[in-house]
Design a protein around this ligand. Structure first.
Ligand code: ADP
Length: 500
């Protein structure tokens, strides 16, 4: 990136490519779901392609990583705090920048209590974006582009267009905004506008206004290019069924909206080298799954006799909410113990679903196991021990667990929405590309039908083994996704002209 007044003009394409990401979560520092996995996996993959990557995120309670590299006061709408910046290396040369402002981020949870966000969330995430952009501006090096993720980082394109429009380092920086889940829209009272340093003239239908309030997600959609996490979800969110009220806004940006499937971390999720498994295995020899299945049954206090071992083990690891199909499962709850399978569930979420699954496990102690909680080690073990993995989502922007399942030989049974549609291919006898079972109608019967098809094929070892092997060999790596992101970055840079 040529400095202003720099003596030597470098050949086009020889400048370092720098992407500055802003997000509210990134593994391994802060994780509640798939967003963190993306921010943990994509930056190293981009770094392997020669990009310099920084991910700015809050330094929440309990994060001790990183070395203090700078601190200075940051102001958002008259609220000024001394902010610390901690640099923590990620894999392959990428970096995390942990933004430290204890009054805002040193709290029990990331976003709020139960279903209620913290009342000062607009300030908390505006501060994240402001502090991150200030750091970038002061670093002097600028960036080829800014890549913001989800509503928490949604103000980045707007701040760049307003407060920093003429800034010598970051003014005019191209922006990419990624929607990981359209259901979370960051909607707040318009009275926040001046407290976020945003002018009232943004309170219009073409600005941040959303049904009389303001939306940080809508602010993000103002970026030069928008991506979402699967090609199918990119189509779906332009329809009333999946658009959550944003379908019109997104349809207007259809030409700038691209779906890129997430990858999975194939070093963390590899049955041949997974420290959480009793025995390693791979696509050529799946015998190690037996020990994992025994260990899962033991972890759930389920019998592990020959009969149970012969019966397929069906698993779910999920947030227990309607989006993930828990209402659908509830509608067939008392038929589930009657299918020829053992069922284990790991998750946390709505109390009514937690209670239902605890009740089912108590009623059918030899058929159903329920574990309420977040448990990374058990999640790995379940993927290895399961024969079948269920994801009956109402909608699923991308979904990671079905990709882990494919890699672990746990055949996915999924609803054909979003990333589930793009990663799992419905079983057709004789089709070597089939990897799982797909149903479409959002109904308990359709789910049961797909599950029954899977259970029937489980009884035929040869095609079952072929189905498992096809899934295990599918390339869902971050390297594949990163190549797609680079295309988008190049397009954004071209459309705006690189700055720096
Ligand atoms: P979402 O981000 O919508 O929750 P994804 O399938 O994209 O769904 O990602 C979920 C991530 O969180 C996966 O890495 C999954 O293994 C993990 N996960 C979800 N619930 C649990 C749990 N109870 N214990 C361990 N890991 C979990």
């Amino acid at each position: 990136m040529a400095k202003p007044g720099g003596a030597r003009r470098e050949a086009p394409g020889s400048e370092p490519r720098r992407v500055f990401m802003i997000a509210s979560e990134a593994a391994p520092f802060a994780k509640t779901g798939g967003l963190a996995d993306v921010l943990g996996g994509l930056p190293p993959a981009l770094a392997r392609l020669g990009w310099e990557v920084t991910v700015a995120l809050p330094r929440y309670r309990g994060v001790a990583a990183g070395a203090l590299v700078d601190h200075f006061p940051v102001e958002v709408g008259g609220y000024t705090r001394e902010v610390g910046f901690f640099d923590a290396p990620l894999a392959d040369g990428a970096h995390a920048l942990l933004v430290d402002c204890p009054e805002l981020y040193d709290r029990e949870t990331f976003y709020g209590v139960a279903d209620t966000g913290y009342p000062d969330n607009p300030r908390r995430f505006a501060m994240l974006v402001r502090a991150a952009l200030e750091f970038l501006a002061r670093s002097g090096a600028g960036s080829s582009l800014v890549h913001a993720h989800d509503w928490q980082a949604g103000l980045a394109p707007v701040y760049l267009k307003t407060l920093y429009a003429t800034h010598p380092v970051i003014g005019g920086a191209p922006t990419v905004f990624t929607i990981h889940n359209l259901a979370y829209q960051g909607v707040f009272e318009p009275a926040w506008l001046p407290r976020l340093d945003l002018p009232w003239d943004l309170f219009t239908i073409d600005g941040l206004e959303y049904w009389g309030r303001i939306s940080f997600l809508k602010a993000g959609i103002d970026a030069n290019l928008i991506t979402t996490v699967s090609p199918k979800y990119a189509e779906e969110i332009q329809t009333p069924e999946f658009g959550c009220g944003f379908e019109g806004i997104l349809r207007r940006r259809a030409g700038d909206l691209v779906g890129i499937l997430n990858g999975i971390d194939t070093t963390q999720w590899d049955p041949a080298h997974d420290r959480f498994l009793p025995e390693p295995y791979d696509a050529d020899d799946l015998s190690g799954k037996v020990a994992a299945k025994k260990a899962v049954l033991a972890a759930y206090d389920l019998p592990a006799d020959d009969q149970t071992m012969a019966r397929p083990l069906v698993a779910m690891i999920s947030r227990m909410i309607d989006q993930k199909g828990f209402d659908l499962l509830a509608s067939i709850a008392y038929e589930l113990p009657r299918v020829e399978a053992t069922l284990v569930v790991l998750g946390t979420g709505d109390a009514r679903y937690q209670d239902l699954w605890k009740r089912l496990a108590a009623l059918y102690p030899s058929r159903i196991g329920a574990r309420i909680g977040f448990n990374e080690a058990l999640a790995h073990l379940i993927e290895a021990g399961a024969d079948i993995f269920l994801m009956p989502s109402r909608f699923e922007p991308c979904g990671l667990n079905q990709m882990y399942s494919l890699r672990y030989g746990a055949v996915p049974v999924v609803r054909g929405v979003g990333g589930l549609n793009d990663t799992v291919r419905d079983y057709v006898p004789g089709d070597p590309k089939s990897t799982g079972f797909v149903f479409h109608e959002y109904s308990g019967d359709a789910l049961l039908g797909a599950l029954q098809r899977a259970l029937a094929l489980y009884g035929e070892p040869l095609p079952w083994r072929a189905l498992q092997a096809a899934g295990m060999r599918q390339d869902n790596s971050w390297d594949r996704s990163a190549r797609e992101y680079v295309k988008i970055y190049e397009r954004a840079i071209k459309s705006r002209g690189a700055v720096g």
